[in-house]
Design a protein around this ligand. Sequence first.
Ligand code: AMP
Ligand code: MG
Length: 417
Amino acid sequence: MSSNQDPCAQPTLLHPDQAIEQLLAQVEATQDTEMVTLTQAIDRVLAEDLSSSIDLPPFDNSSMDGYAFRFADLTASQDKTTFTLVGSSFAGHPFSGKVLPNSCIRIMTGAPIPPGFDTVQMQEKTQANQNQISIEHPHRLGANVRCRGEELLAGTKVLHRGVIIRAAEMGVLATIGISQVRVTRKLKVAFFSTGDELRPVGSELAPGQIYDSNRYSIQGLLSKSNVEWIDLGVIADNKEAIRGAFKEAASQADMVLTSGGVSVGDADFTKQILSEEGKITFWKLAIKPGKPFAFGKIDNAIFCGLPGNPVSSMVTFYKLVLPILKKMQGLKPVTPLFCQAKLLTDIRKHPGRVEYQRGILSRNEAGELEVAITGGQGSGMLTSMSLANCFVILDQFQGDTSKGVQVTVEPFNNVLC
Ligand code: AMP
Ligand code: MG
């Protein structure tokens, strides 16, 4: 159904995909870098292209425990040939003797193949009788040999700037002998919650008060986003307190992140203060949960204002703030992975906004992907996030969806898992 035909559609709301594009166009990757040791490099963003100075593997070596010999010495008319054992090559202890015709050496996985030998047969296909080794013919010259440079040659680019250094990259860097790498500086994000009703955990609630949960879910999200975070607490719905908090946050961080006060409520002073203190746009996004979102600059810091509803703040962080942070960190954009799964529950939906319903994705006995909604989907029901392992994404102009149909699912990434 197109937006023109649908009376419930809200065409003035900006589609989240367009919003992401527009937001990303307004932020730059940090140019600040630092050298860190390999051990400190985990989860950091590589700030330089790295080439290998050595071939990989650095020498011909065996991929099996067995015997190394010359393929040309195999007797063509037989299934097996007997060789004379003249020595051994162990990992870290190469064979230093002479390679003679019809001779073989005992060799272990990873041990160098001496020049002259070219083929290895695995131990299970050999028989030893003192120094006479009967070897079943392997199918090809070079069997069980990992050749020098077969993975890559010296001078080849191994890692590109903008990749995140995960466990595999740590290993790759070590394999090519690199002990220090240049990474982008860790970003600093200062955040606070706004709202007179909010109390910190550990205190008593008076009537009408609730605990400030966003600061903790945001802490969790920031911890998994590889940034340094500064927690500025709860700020009351009071103009001067909010002004002071913005100024303080902007003076010490690359990004100021807040929750609450960006919708149309009377106590939402954030808008007014932000307009006075920075260059901020208030967005109405075609996304549920999470319609209101604010973005702009305060002094030199990027500002993102999340809605106060707990699920909305997590979803808008995930969909909008995370891509912004990744770009600022210098990370290459990574396409989110989607899949299709059979819906196990009916879903009620009004056309008008893209919905990120919280789902539980699993595989049934037949091996098919299935997804169920985590019960109530109110934007304040944070347990819906806690129970979920994915979002079920419903298109902007789509209405109710019946169980049994295939729906688009986005499994939670490492920041939400
Ligand atoms: P707001 O965006 O400030 O209008 O808040 C929307 C809803 O989210 C209200 O019900 C608030 O009480 C609630 N809320 C706002 N901030 C928080 C927070 N930090 N933790 C939990 N709930 C919040
Ligand atoms: Mg509020």
